[in-house]
Structure formats: C-alpha cells, structure tokens
Design a protein around this ligand. Structure first.
Ligand code: DQA
Length: 146
C-alpha cells in the first residue's frame, strides 16, 4: 500500500503562517506524524509540497501505477484549479481531499472546491489530524473496496 501526500501553495509556511487558522505545527512536523502512523499501519508514504500548479499536475499524472491512493491538500488551488481536477479525473488514482481548516466555515470563496467532485471524499477542519484521518481512510476504503 503506497500513499502519495501532496501539499499545495503556501503550506511550506505552516507554523508561521496565520497560526490562529492553521496551527503551530510545521509541514515537517505533520510529515513526521504521518510517517509515524503510516509505519504502524505498514503503509509506504511519499510526502511532497509545491507552490507550482503544474508541478502538482505532473505529480498526479506520475502517480498512476506508482501509488494506490493520493491524499491532497491543494490549498488555494482547491478553489481555482480546473487543471488539478482534470488531472485527478484523468489518472483515476483514488484521491482524498484534505484541509487543515474547515473551508466551509470560512470566506465564501473557500466554500467551493473544484476538486471535490472527482475525489473520494473530503476531510476538512481537523487541523493536522486531517492528514492522519485521511491516511486511515485511504487504507480503510482501499482495503474494503477491493
Ligand atoms: C487550506 C484551505 C485553503 O482555503 C487555503 O487556501 C490554504 C489551506 C487548509 O488546509 O485549510 O492554503 O487548504
């Protein structure tokens, strides 16, 4: 079982970026927690971040045949990127959308996710725990669907 975690723009700034919204954990802290839980669950993890939409598209395309599930925090691209949505739909690798904050409880422009319709589901609002919940969901749903 191999899971690809993708993180979009500005998530490299976690820890210093609007901590009242996103918490004080850095992306490296979150990655460490994900790796710890993944090891317990015997899942392989790749954990990446990019500020570039095209790089995220490339990584989604390359995931086909390499990963069982993609977990993506597309950050602001969630609300704008038809390219990410098309990539997820095109490769057909089961994908789980996640967010640290509850996007539905924030500004109206964050309520709409362009990627949600092509994802298995959305986990939003649990802080860094969203990543762990997605990891557990990825394994659960993958195993139970097969
Ligand atoms: C986010 C929510 C997005 O609206 C925002 O643009 C982000 C982070 C989250 O994890 O809460 O950059 O995806």
């Amino acid at each position: 079982m191999k899971i690809l975690f993708l993180n979009g723009p500005n998530l490299n700034l976690l820890g210093q970026r609007e901590p009242e919204v996103y918490g004080r954990a850095t992306l490296a802290d979150i990655e460490a927690k994900v790796r710890e839980r993944a090891a317990q669950l015997k899942a392989g993890i790749d954990f990446r971040q990019s500020n570039l939409e095209g790089e995220l598209v490339d990584w989604i395309q390359q995931a086909k045949g390499q990963f069982d599930v993609i977990v993506i925090n597309a950050a602001a691209y969630t609300h704008t990127s038809i390219a990410l949505r098309d990539a997820i739909a095109a490769v057909g690798v089961p994908t789980i959308e996640i967010h640290l904050s509850n996007i539905h409880a924030r500004e109206e422009f964050r309520h709409k996710s362009l990627i949600a319709p092509v994802c298995w589901g959305q986990i939003t609002g649990f802080g860094q725990k969203s990543y762990i919940l997605a990891l557990e969901a990825a394994i659960d749903v993958k195993v139970n669907k097969k």
